[in-house]
Design a protein around this ligand. Structure first.
Ligand SMILES: Cc1ncc(COP(=O)(O)O)c(C=O)c1O
Length: 401
């Protein structure tokens, strides 16, 4: 009897996709470096050509290393199948192109990741596919924006700068009734803390680059779905030439094995830092789905199993000079894009430039913080010193931004 379907998440994280006794008892799946795959007979070649994605047929369609990673992610997402892609953005592009054709229309969350917006505004637009951005808090009201040619409703919950949590089940229900495909960028929650397919979403997309890989050293994406959509997506991404290197797949699977332990610490540290920030006089507002006051907090409590390490803080107005004094001297928080690795990060956010459906404006600067796996008290001390530099650097430009 296959008991793996009943495994709890921590068990799936540890064992899904591994078959040690297919490989001399070695715990982790081997890394298959492959382009050419040999066939013993013409009959075998013909048979595998008929169903190229069901076998190892050519390096680009995947090897047992790829399949082990995909199987593990699908198990965690509660999906039938998953497809590995060379970056999170490739997973987004591959998913959109799988269901859209010239003349179609997409409904896109206004909070979406910047390059997803660029993809819609440039590459999709060039093909005659139109996009309407919607207020992420629209919920079932999305029904009013559906046009006869709306094919895809795309969600990102929470938005990765402003953290609005979307009413996913309400939107998925409307989409299903109107014949639209739903896809969600689920990167923030990781496959552990939110299960989009359980809420009626068709495709769950991850920038595996973030929490799944977890060590800031691999670019990868993955999309999970039920069997009904798998062939469509696999055929499309294969036609586009997407392929993931075996070493990267191995690293991503290795990262996934510790996801549970890492996420628990990211969650704890981020909450501790966020709550400390809420009490600081320099802070206007903290945006974290697990804290009351962030739009969609009640939905978060209803639908999510936990929170991750990424959140934002809006400071009271200060000068660029003060902000730079704070950020430039931080010792533990690195300044850089991406997130989900073991290390803490902080970046100024300029999200107001890209919002169109629901303009976003703050008086003071907004910072996006990723709480890494350091001791949170050391991280707080680093920020505290940053705030004292901010306060003591009143010279230089004085205009509030
Ligand atoms: C929410 C979100 N989705 C997707 C991506 C894209 O992932 P990748 O950088 O692996 O292409 C990112 C990257 O920052 C992201 O923040």
């Amino acid at each position: 009897m296959d008991r793996s379907k009943n495994w709890r998440d921590r068990t799936k994280i540890t064992h899904a996709g591994n078959r040690p006794f297919d490989n001399h008892g070695v715990v982790n799946p081997p890394v298959y470096h492959a382009s050419t795959i040999l066939y013993r007979t013409v009959a075998e070649l013909r048979m595998k050509e008929q169903a190229p994605f069901d076998h190892v047929t050519y390096g680009r369609t995947g090897t047992p290393t790829t399949f082990a990673f995909e199987e593990a992610v699908a198990a965690l997402e509660g999906a039938d199948r998953a497809i590995a892609l060379p970056s999170g953005l490739a997973a987004i592009a591959g998913s959109l192109f799988s269901f859209l054709k010239a003349g179609d229309h997409v409904l896109m969350a206004d909070t979406t990741y910047g390059p997803t917006r660029k993809l819609c505004d440039n590459q999709l637009a060039k093909l005659g596919i139109t996009t309407t951005y919607y207020d992420p808090m629209i919920g079932a009201g999305i029904a009013d924006l559906i046009q006869p040619n709306t094919r895809v409703i795309y969600l990102e919950s929470p938005g990765s700068h402003t953290f609005e949590v979307q009413d996913v089940p309400a939107m998925a229900e409307v989409a299903r009734a109107r014949g639209c495909v739903t896809m969600i960028d689920n990167t923030w929650a990781s496959p552990l803390y939110f299960k989009p397919l359980d809420f009626g979403v068709d495709l769950s997309i991850h920038a595996a680059t973030k929490y799944i890989v977890g060590h800031s050293d691999v670019m990868m994406g993955v999309v999970s779905m039920r069997n009904a959509h798998w062939k469509t997506v696999k055929t499309q991404v294969h036609a586009m030439g997407y392929s993931v290197g075996p070493d990267d797949c191995y690293m991503a699977l290795r990262g996934l094995r510790t996801l549970g332990a890492r996420m628990a610490q990211h969650e704890k540290s981020a909450l501790k830092i966020a709550e400390w920030l809420q009490r600081r006089p320099e802070v206007e507002r903290v945006l974290h789905p697990a804290l009351p006051g962030t739009p969609g907090h009640e939905i978060f409590k209803r639908d999510f199993k936990g929170s991750s390490g990424l959140f934002s803080v809006i400071l009271k107005p200060c000068s660029q000079h003060q902000l730079a004094a704070m950020l430039d001297g931080l010792e533990l928080f690195g300044m850089g894009y991406s997130w989900g690795g073991y290390e803490s990060l902080i970046v100024p956010s300029a999200i107001e430039k890209s919002r169109t459906a629901k303009p976003w404006k703050t008086d003071g600067p907004m910072l996006r913080i990723h709480a890494g796996l350091e001791d949170p008290d050391d991280l707080i001390a680093d920020l505290e010193e940053g705030f004292s530099r901010l306060r003591s650097n009143l010279s230089g430009e004085s205009a509030a931004q």
